[in-house]
Design a protein around this ligand. Structure first.
Ligand code: ARG
Length: 454
């Protein structure tokens, strides 16, 4: 590819080692949009005639059509997507094609293309996040008042509802939407015009180029613009957090769909069989989602490590940013889509939920609160209930079946209405503070999310 100051052709192994077109071809749409905007700025600066501009624009659109029709031949001899497209343009239209790269470098070009790519993928991801939220909200609404034990340390803790539990994930994904939208603001800035490092002696209208490409503004320092990959790290971090949330949801569903819990049944379409054990119905989608969070973190770390030791500005190491970025978007997008489908098809089993939540120990804290209402300091109440639990466990009696005398032997603070605590309706009706699993709160939050996601 290189002549001029070179007297030897690039070695084959170097071509293989350095090519990026085998993956960065994915940037073609953005590369072409960037080139058309750049050419229009040259036209407006009087550096291209209208005929030359039209030849470039038509030529690039023809290349775009051929790429989309799968008729474009990429060559690793031309290293990357930028050189492949530019050299094909010149082959097709001749002289004007050779003018396109005026006042531009691949350094600002690749930064521009990658930002445009990130922006488009962020927009898709935001929509997919909202879709998964919609599926969770619909399921939360369908089973809003089905009660289950809530867990800490994976030990039964206090009663909650399916509605409250699923809405917890809706809140998480809501923060993911905010985080990614905020990240998008820093992604959506145009580096074009920064040149290789120090701008150009030929000044094109950067703001006009940025506006044509839908950027919110232009970068303020040419060196920073070329060297900056924060926007990629930040994007990868946002995708990693989404991965974490999906992984936790997956873990809950792995547990819920087990025979031990039985709270939910995943559809046959979203589970797989075993090659050996005929009875098996495995939650592979959940497990894969849990597993894929690892590669999302790996992608983030690999870009951070690739950038950390680089002197300003562009260094070829930066080419290593793309595969992790592409992979994380592809991974998250598929995960969001398959999870939305799986949630929509999931059934909750009210009987199993009911029998688990009828465990009276889930109301031990409520019993302590009962004593607090009667004037017992909480630490003492905690102790008195702990003793009642010990009697229940050692005598094999459910806590709610201890007699009034047994309670009274532990403490006279237990009144003759002590058994009224063991009532789930009461337990939920007392939990009215914002954020607590009272059915009215759940209903309010369901309405909020439904209008947000409409
Ligand atoms: N393929 C390169 C990359 O992804 C494009 C920029 C190349 N610039 C350069 N000066 N070699 O980083």
């Amino acid at each position: 590819m290189w002549t001029g100051r070179f007297s030897q052709a690039t070695a084959d192994l170097v071509l293989q080692y350095g090519e990026s077109v085998s993956y960065d071809w994915k940037l073609y749409r953005h590369d072409i949009a960037g080139s058309i905007a750049h050419a229009r700025a040259q036209l407006n600066a009087g550096m291209l005639t209208p005929e030359e501009f039209r030849a470039i624009e038509q030529g690039l659109k023809g290349i775009l059509a051929d790429i989309e029709a799968g008729k474009f031949e990429w060559s690793i001899k031309l290293e990357d997507v930028h050189m492949n497209i530019e050299s094909e343009l010149t082959r097709r239209i001749g002289a004007p094609g050779a003018k396109l790269h005026t006042a531009r470098s691949r350094n600002d070009q690749v930064a521009t293309d990658t930002r445009l790519y990130c922006r488009a993928e962020i927009d898709t991801t935001l929509e997919l996040l909202r879709n998964l939220q919609r599926a969770l909200v619909a399921k939360a609404e369908e089973y809003a008042e089905i009660r289950i034990p809530g867990y800490t340390h994976l030990q039964r803790a206090q009663p909650v509802t399916i509605g409250h539990h699923l809405l917890a994930y809706v809140e998480m994904l809501g923060r993911d939407v905010e985080r990614l939208s905020d990240c998008r603001r820093r992604v959506n800035v145009s580096p074009l015009g920064s040149g290789a490092i120090a701008g150009s002696t030929i000044n094109l209208d950067r703001a006009a180029i940025a506006a044509e490409l839908g950027f919110d503004g232009v970068t303020e320092n040419s060196m920073d613009a070329i060297a900056d990959r924060d926007y990629i790290m930040e994007t990868l971090f946002c995708l990693s957090v989404i991965g974490t949330h999906l992984s936790r949801l997956s873990e809950d569903l792995v547990l819920w769909s087990s025979s031990e819990f039985g709270y939910c049944t995943l559809s046959d379409a979203h589970t797989t069989g075993s090659s050996l054990m005929p009875q098996k119905k495995n939650p592979d989608v959940c497990e894969l989602t849990r597993g894929k969070s690892g590669r999302l973190y790996g992608n983030l770390v690999s870009v951070m490590v690739a950038v950390k030791g680089l002197p300003l500005t562009y260094n070829r190491d930066l080419q290593e940013d793309k595969e992790p970025l592409f992979d994380s978007f592809a991974t998250v997008s598929l995960a969001l889509r398959v999870n939305a489908e799986m949630i929509a098809a999931m059934r909750i089993n009210p009987d199993r939920c009911e029998s688990a939540v009828s465990d009276p120990l889930l109301l031990a804290t409520d019993l302590a609160d009962y004593l607090v209402r009667r004037g017992v300091p909480f630490r003492q109440a905690h102790e008195l209930v702990g003793r009642a639990v010990a009697v229940a466990v050692s005598s094999g009696t459910p806590l709610n079946c201890l007699s009034l005398e047994q309670f009274r032997t532990i403490s006279p603070e237990y009144g003759d209405d002590v058994h009224s605590v063991f009532n789930l309706d009461r337990a939920f009706s007392l939990r009215t503070n914002p954020g607590a699993p009272n059915p009215a709160n759940t209903e309010r939050r369901l309405q909020y999310w439904k209008s947000q996601l409409a």
